[in-house]
Design a protein around this ligand. Structure first.
Ligand code: EPU
Length: 355
């Protein structure tokens, strides 16, 4: 039998994934860098694990060492103009950092409340929610470069942050060890841009509010969608959104929008947002639902189902394997492709498996 401490399912929010050969936990940046250097010297394959909220690991696990980042310090400071910022270790739980900034009288991170995972993961895929993304608040990222064995600091420009992407995604040679974010003083939030959020708070688009109130409102909106971790609620045993919102390029957009109208009726309101170069970003959750996959699909007894609160979250009801989850993902992907001609792409990082 596999030693349960080696099971990667214990390290992911989906609670899926077979064993690693070894698991090493690093409590600070110095031990993290020393551990990586020693494993690289020995030629051991390494899987870096932060909060495990964006990882889908295959049932066969990982043939090497999982290095779990558990560094958790943070400090507040200000630049020469007095502009406040916070610098945090990569392993710090993201929402602990968000709460700490507000408790210390700062705003800036409040729209990103309740996102599962570690601080170090947030710049890697330019995490975003409720009208703010990491690109809006990032000051710098400290990385350890496993190829050159050096530590360095990257600016937001170096990272080429895009929609759920950066130069750090899908690569393990540059490991984030710390991140620094700009804050706002007087516990004021950033300007509120997400309709559902500013409406809930009773303020106009573009206005700010007390960051603590914004945090409360965001946690409530996320909770209603099953996007706040709760061990007792299987709707939250997920990797957040399983697919990115698809971006259809300008040349194909009219044909795709026509196809959606042909299928759903010419008066249908299609959620869509402008993307760079005339492209159109569609809503994956909406397309999934309109392609015929209801919340909770395929039903109560399935080990892996769509969340009963949000069609974009694929969830483990307890007994699922990774293969169960991926079978569901493939079914949803082909259903959306057949219905609307739109290809969905997974948003989490897949390790030792594919769809
Ligand atoms: N919708 C449905 N059915 C559903 C859920 C949503 O039809 O079950 C439609 C609705 O029309 C809704 C629209 O989809 O208005 C958008 O839904 P939502 O506001 O929940 O946002 P999302 O596009 O599904 C994105 C991010 C989330 C982020 C929210 C809030 C991606 C892939 N996902 O979701 O981020 O929290 O916006 O800003 O961009 C994540 O990346 O893991 C994540 C959870």
């Amino acid at each position: 039998m596999t030693d349960s401490s080696l099971l990667l399912s214990g390290l992911t929010t989906l609670r899926l994934g077979g064993p690693a050969r070894d698991v090493v936990r690093c409590a600070d940046t110095t031990s993290l860098i020393a551990t990586l250097a020693a494993l690289d010297d020995a030629g051991t394959p390494v899987l870096i694990v932060g909060g495990g909220s964006n990882l889908v690991i295959g049932d066969d696990g990982f043939p090497g060492t999982a290095v779990v980042i558990e560094s958790s310090g943070y400090t507040f400071a200000a630049d020469e103009d007095g502009k406040p910022y916070v610098s945090a270790d990569a392993g710090l739980e993201w929402d602990t950092l968000v709460a700490a900034t507000i408790d210390n009288g700062f705003g800036g991170l409040e729209c990103l409340s309740g996102i599962p995972g570690s601080t170090g993961a947030t710049p890697v895929q330019n995490v975003g929610a409720y009208g703010v993304e990491i690109a809006d608040i990032l000051r710098s990222v400290d990385v350890y470069d496993r190829a050159t064995r050096t530590a360095g600091t990257l600016t937001p420009d170096d990272l080429e942050l895009g929609y759920r992407s950066s130069i750090l995604k899908y690569r393990a040679d540059k490991v984030v060890v710390a991140v620094s974010f700009w804050l706002t003083p007087d516990r004021r939030s950033r300007p509120l841009r997400y309709r559902e959020l500013f409406t809930a708070l009773g303020v106009d688009a573009g206005q700010d509010a007390d960051a603590a109130d914004v945090r409360t409102a965001v946690l409530s909106l996320r909770g209603g969608k099953g996007m706040v971790l709760n061990p007792d609620d299987h709707d939250t045993w997920s990797a957040g959104s399983f697919f990115t919102n698809p971006i259809v390029d300008a040349a194909r957009a009219p044909e795709i929008l026509d196809r959606i109208r042909t299928r759903l009726g010419k008066d249908v309101t299609i959620p869509q947002y402008p993307a760079p170069d005339g492209a159109v970003k569609l809503s994956a959750g909406w397309l999934i639902e309109r392609a015929g996959f209801a919340k909770g699909h395929p039903g109560e007894h399935a080990p892996a189902r769509l969340s009963t609160k949000h069609t974009l979250a694929l969830t483990n009801r307890g007994p699922a394997t990774t293969e169960d989850l991926l079978t569901l993902a493939r079914e949803v992907r082909s259903g959306v492709r057949d219905a609307f001609g739109v290809d969905l792409h997974p948003e989490p990082v897949l390790v030792g498996c594919e769809i």
